[in-house]
Design a protein around this ligand. Structure first.
Ligand SMILES: [Zn+2]
Length: 364
């Protein structure tokens, strides 16, 4: 993988994990907290923003960077995952045609139409640094005909996304240094020949990078390591790949070892809000530390054993929580349900992820 990804609002050192700021924020913390935790970039969700606050409001507020007070790189997903999570799971939430996706997010009268062109227009309008082509996401266990349809649609939509992307950059006379990147997503479910067909056609069309598409876990919740590895092997090593939705620390490590430059997800921040904190069992700043076996653990901070612990959560962590407050104090904050508990825990788990990827860059 490349060492660095240069984007209009800064560079990402690779590999890197990016937290999901789904609706334009990482819940419970602000952009200064994100910087303090060493976060390099965010992934924001096109589909959610299109509904609320809506693209005209985002543009009136100066685009995503000005609106969120986040000066660094912002990646926007295309809305493709919502095709999977809403429409493919339950047809009352919309329908899919060759033109695009029609969402009925409440299952009723409210309608949103998302075409490949519209997805690119929205992402460019938001001021995104890295855009994804609209894709048709599936589950690995979906049947073969569904996977064939998804690959054909994903390729056709990627072609349309690229031409709309080029058209808009020309129309807006975007200078080279301000040009965002465009990634396409490789679908194909669990069928290697479909993955190969999807990857080779997308490579012929030509994109700045590629995403592993489809739900990355099997029904038991295990990472689809072989499939992720195979899909990575279909794309030249010098082109960056993003493992979409991969966020468990062990899975982020596994994907980086497979050659994925980027991963993103909501798990570390969701876990933090639910009192689940991550802790290294070894010093991640030590290049000789081997991340194998039990290299990290989960702490459930509401357990009674933490009541009187006067030490920080982790001796290896330099986050706001660990440098200033004890484990027992965080337990108390969670126990009384104060929002400070969630903020401090979220900062800590994001710092853990940043330390993890810093370690991976150290040993690369
Ligand atoms: Zn910490």
């Amino acid at each position: 993988m490349p060492e660095t990804l240069h984007l209009p609002h800064g560079s990402l050192e690779l590999p890197e994990f990016l937290p999901d700021a789904t609706k334009g924020l990482v819940r419970t913390i602000d952009s200064a907290d994100l910087e303090g935790a060493g976060v390099q970039g965010l992934v924001i969700n096109t589909f959610h923003l299109m509904q609320n606050p809506g693209s005209s409001t985002i543009q009136a507020l100066g685009g995503l960077h000005a609106m969120t007070g986040w000066p660094g790189p912002i990646l926007t997903d295309s809305g493709g995952f919502q095709i999977y999570s809403l429409i493919r799971q339950n047809p009352k939430y919309g329908s899919l045609t060759s033109k695009g996706a029609l969402f009925r997010p409440d299952g009723g009268g409210r309608k949103f139409n998302l075409t490949p062109e519209k997805s690119i227009q929205l992402q460019i309008g938001y001021g995104s640094d890295l855009l994804f082509c609209l894709d048709d996401c599936t589950h690995v266990d979906d049947p073969y005909p569904t996977q064939v349809e998804s690959v054909e649609r994903t390729i056709a939509w990627a072609r349309r996304c690229k031409s709309e992307f080029k058209r808009l950059l020309t129309e807006k006379s975007v200078p080279p240094e301000a040009r965002p990147l465009l990634f396409a997503v490789i679908q194909g479910g669990g069928y290697p020949e479909l993955r190969r067909r999807c990857a080779s056609t997308l490579l012929e069309i030509g994109f700045d990078g590629y995403g592993y598409g489809g739900w990355p876990l099997d029904t038991q919740g295990h990472l689809l390591v072989d499939l992720l590895g195979f899909t990575r092997s279909l794309v030249p090593a010098e082109l960056p790949m993003h493992a979409l939705g991969v966020a468990h620390p062990a899975n982020v490590l596994a994907c980086a070892r497979l050659g994925y430059a980027l991963a993103d997800g909501a798990m570390p921040t969701r876990d933090a809000r639910h009192a689940r904190l991550y802790r290294f069992n070894l010093d991640p700043a030590d290049p000789a530390a081997r991340l194998s076996g039990e290299w990290f653990s989960f702490i459930y901070i509401l357990d009674d054993k933490h009541v009187k612990v006067d030490q920080p959560i982790s001796p290896y962590c330099d986050c706001l929580l660990c440098t200033r407050y004890s484990t027992g104090y965080l337990h108390h904050l969670f126990k009384i349900g104060d929002s400070l508990a969630q903020r401090l825990a979220t900062i800590h788990n994001l710092r853990f992820m940043a330390q993890l990827t810093a370690h991976l860059r150290l040993i690369k």
